[in-house]
Write a protein that binds this ligand. Structure first.
Ligand SMILES: Nc1ncnc2c1ncn2[C@@H]1O[C@H](COP(=O)(O)OP(=O)(O)OP(=O)(O)O)[C@@H](O)[C@H]1O
Length: 424
């Protein structure tokens, strides 16, 4: 598996956001400057701890009928684009996303302004299946959790781009659990992998799997497994101790013995999840939802001696929509809500950028790079502190839509997630 590395490929320019660049809500490009990698994760190749992949959903029937054009092109096979054009060695080239500005006019800025190219380790186009994403990108992270490390999968992007679809599957309406069938989301596939592994290895190892489901809404933490609305409305506070690190006081945790049990927990949480409508999507999610799976493993051989105990944690994070406030028509309470969403998304971006810079510094042995990681700037980053950096691994799935009316948001998502460059 390859790593989060910002580098130019083929016809693109060198590092930097390029014309009109600059980070959006996540701002992954912002603080760190040129190319870099995050700390090495378990079982990973050199320099990989946060891997950023892009997924573009298909054009919807409504978008097509309204006459919106497709502005995204993708080359999911490494090097395909450049190899076709310049006979470059395919292995040296990263996957490419190409976005065309529907407002560009010939003569104003010329062809170079019309299209921009971004490079990533993996990209998944509208034909991609959940299985492709799971097998090629997610599975190694789940296996590192089963080795006792922490792993986090983020679904990021504008509302309506497929974050919930990617996480939960083809039944994205909130309150529904990932069902069976081929288009189950990656959450369900993770659970399946975990319990399959447990079944294969339970002769040698004892396991306890616990699940919690929490939501961060306007910087307040709520338990999505609360028994009633009143309890759910009561925000929970964060605590910190040496044994647990940062934790949510009073958060429910359910022991799950099989895949049905863990999916039931997710279903309960989904029905409780706060949703609010915006002008862009009736079921717009305005909160960050974190499904936490903690796996305690104890080797049967070492049980008496207290040896051979490991704990791995998997966080599945469905981030709130990253859209611009003016387009959603946010006013009043909704505007305040959007401000807090942007705050936590930019805090997440700053943490990732700082980790990137710190890692670059440690590789170059420059003392100036031993820097502060701003985990405490938001509840989201505080809570995920033990799963970002160090030996942990993370995957950021940046979701975009293909239609012309979403150009600004898609461009922002791509800029936040990778290296911007001019079109060839
Ligand atoms: N890869 C895909 N293939 C087919 N349909 C998709 C895909 N991704 C998303 N969709 C469809 O696009 C629509 C929007 O997806 P979804 O609800 O997952 O967006 P979202 O980003 O989670 O939005 P919100 O932030 O409002 O929750 C849904 O109808 C979903 O079924």
């Amino acid at each position: 598996m390859s790593c989060y590395q910002r580098r130019s490929a083929g016809p693109g320019p060198g590092p930097g956001p390029g014309p009109g660049g600059g980070g959006g809500a996540l701002g992954l490009l912002g603080a760190a400057g040129g190319g870099g990698v995050l700390p090495k994760g378990p079982g990973a190749g050199a320099g990989e701890a946060v891997q950023v992949v892009v997924r573009c959903r298909p054009m919807s029937g409504k978008e097509a009928s309204q006459g919106h054009t497709q502005i995204i092109d993708m080359w999911p096979q490494r090097g395909e684009h450049v190899a076709r054009r310049a006979a470059a060695p395919a292995h040296s080239i990263y996957c490419i996303v190409h976005i065309t500005n529907p407002r560009a006019r010939p003569g104003r800025g010329g062809r170079r302004q019309e299209a921009r190219m971004f490079t990533f380790d993996s990209v998944y186009d509208w034909n991609s299946k959940q299985d492709d994403l799971y097998e090629n990108t997610v599975r190694p992270l789940v296996h590192s959790v089963l080795d006792g490390y922490n792993g986090t999968i983020f679904a990021y992007g504008q509302t309506g781009t497929g974050k919930t679809y990617t996480m939960l599957g083809a039944t994205p309406a909130h309150g529904q659990c990932p069902g069976g069938g081929r288009e189950r989301g990656i959450a369900s596939k993770c659970f399946e992998d975990v319990f399959r592994h447990i079944a294969y290895t339970s002769e040698r190892t004892c396991y306890v799997v616990r699940a919690s489901y929490l939501e961060i809404y306007q910087e307040e933490t709520r338990d999505l497994l609360s028994p009633d609305l009143e309890t759910y409305r009561r925000p929970l506070t964060l605590g910190e101790d040496a044994a647990r690190g940062v934790y949510v006081k009073g958060l429910r945790s359910v022991v799950c013995k099989n895949i049905k049990a863990i999916e039931r927990v997710m279903r309960v949480g989904n029905t409780n999840r706060a949703t609010a409508s915006t002008n862009m999507n009736e079921h717009s999610s305005r909160s960050h939802a974190i499904f936490q799976v903690t796996i305690e493993m104890q080797s049967r051989a070492g049980a008496g001696a207290g040896a051979g105990r490991r704990v791995g944690k998997l966080n599945l994070v469905d981030l709130a929509g990253s859209e611009r406030q003016c387009k959603t028509g946010a006013m009043g309470e909704r505007l305040k809500e959007s401000g807090k969403i942007n705050l936590s998304l930019s805090a997440l971006g700053n943490v990732i950028s700082a980790l990137t810079a710190a890692d670059v510094g440690s590789r170059t042995r420059s003392r100036a790079w031993s820097r502060h990681i701003p985990y405490r700037d938001s509840k989201l980053t505080q809570l995920l502190q033990d799963s970002l950096g160090g030996n942990s691994k993370a995957i950021m799935i940046a979701n975009i839509g293909p239609a012309s009316y979403n150009y600004d948001e898609s461009l922002m998502t791509l800029r936040c997630a990778g290296l911007g460059g001019k079109g060839p």
